[in-house]
Design a protein around this ligand. Sequence first.
Ligand code: ADP
Length: 491
Amino acid sequence: MTSTSIVRDLSLPGDTILINGEWSDAGVGERFDVGDPSTGEVIGQAVAGGGQAAKAAIAAAASAFPQWSATTAYERSDLLYRAHALMIERSESLARLMTLEQGKPIRASRTEVKYAADFLIWFAEEAKRMYGRTIPSARADQRFVVMHQPVGVVGAITPWNYPISMITRKVGPALAAGCTVVLKPAAQTPLCAVAVFDILQQAGAPAGVINLVTANQAGPIGDEFLANPDVRKLTFTGSTRVGKLLARGAADQMKRVSMELGGHAPFIVFDDATPEHAARGAAMVKLLNTGQACISPNRIYVHASIKDRFVEAMKNRISGMKVGNGFIDGVAVGPLIDEAARERMEQQVSDAVDKGAKVVTGGSRLVDDEHANGYFFAPTVLTDVTADMDIYRQETFGPLAPIVEFEDEVDVIRMANDTTYGLASYVYTNNLSRAWRVAEALKFGMVGINDINPTSAAAPFGGVKESGLGREGASEGLLEYLDLKLVGLSV
Ligand code: ADP
C-alpha cells in the first residue's frame, strides 16, 4: 500500500486547520511537509498555522463554551460514545497512518489506536459521574454544597510519540467536563491529529467546541495560549524544558495547568527475581516505541549476583529484535523520529564509552540498504554505566538500555530516587514485602511491580517532581478540567 493511498483511505481534509466547524487554511498561505521517518519520503502537507489562527480558534472556542457547557452530561457522553465507535470503525486506517507518519510498527500502532479509543469510552462513562459533595455545617441553618464546573476554554499541546492517544487523553475529559478545546499537535504528526478531529467532528461535535491548529512553529501558538485571557487551562505533554516554559507563562494569569513531562525511569531487578523474566520485560518496555516514551527505563539496576545472566538474556532479546519499516512483517522496532534524535543516541553512547561503559550489543546507527533512508539506530545494551555519564541523567528517548550493578536495597532506592524526574519506575522481585517497601519508597508517580505496563485509561497517569503536574486518565483525569465551587446556603 502506498503512502498516498494510506492518506487517501481516510479522506482527510486537505486544509488542516479546524476553526468553528470549518476546515480551512485560516488565511495562512504557507504549508509544511510531513515525512515518513522510515523512508524520508514526504507523505503529505499541513497548514503552518500561527498566532492569528490560534487567536481565531480560541475566539471560536470561547463563543461555543456557554452552550456546550450547558449541555447535559448525557449529551456529552453520547458524543464521546459516537467518537469511540467511529475510531474503532476506522482503526486499521488510523493505525496505518500512524505507522506512516510516526514510524512505529503496525502492531504497536493498532495497540495505540485501541488505547486512544479507550479514553473516549472511559470519559463517555465518567462524564456521568461528575459528582459533587455535601458537607455538614457547624451552623444549624447552613448547608454546604461542593459542585464542579468546566474550567472554560482549554489550550492543548501534544507530542509526536503517541500521536493519537495523547490527543484523546486530553480532549476526551475536556469534552466530558463541558470544556471547549483548541489543540496544537506536534509538527511531526499533524495528520494523525487531523484524523482524530475529523472523527470528533463527524461524531457530532458542535462548531467551535473542538478546534485544531496545525503548525511547524510552536512558539507563537504557545504564546497566544498564554496571553489570551479566554484560555483558562493549559494541558501539555512534552519535554520538561518546554513544560517549565509554559508553566511559568501560565502563572501570569494563573491559568490551570496539567503537565506530562519527561521521565528517567529506574528499572530495578532484585536478586530474588528471575533474571531472564526481568530481561524480557526490560527489553520489551525499553524498545517500546523505539525507546521514545516518557515511561521508558533509563537506568536498569541489576543485583550483582544475577547481573551476568540478566545481561546475557537482555543481549539475546534485544539483538533478536528486527529493526525496520513498521509495515514490514516481523519488525519489532521502528526508526527514531528524526536525525537529531539519532545524533543524541550517538552522543550518549560515545560519552558513556569514553567514561568506561561497555557496548554489549548495538551502539551505532544502521545504514545498510534496508535502513539507508530512515532514522534507524541499533538497539543497544550498555553495561558498567556510572552516575557521571550523560545517559545516567539526561532523558534518552531512544533504544539505549544502560545497565548499572547494585548490591543493596537501601542503596538502589537512593540511586533510583537520585533524579530530578519522577514519572514511571519498575521493580522486579518475588518478595512481597520487598515489593511493597520499595513501591512506597520510590519517589515516582507510577510503579510497575513485575509489570512493564502500569497504564490504562482507567488508571491515573502522571509524575512528581520535574515530571509534571496533574494526572491523565481515571477519575482524576476529569477533575483536571473542572473548577471546584463551594456554595454555602442559609436555610
Ligand atoms: P519533544 O522533544 O517530544 O518534541 P517538545 O516539548 O519539544 O518535546 O514538544 C512537545 C510539544 O510541544 C510539541 O507539540 C511541540 O511543537 C510543542 N512545543 C515546543 N516548543 C513550544 C513552545 N515554545 N510553546 C508551545 N509549545 C511548544
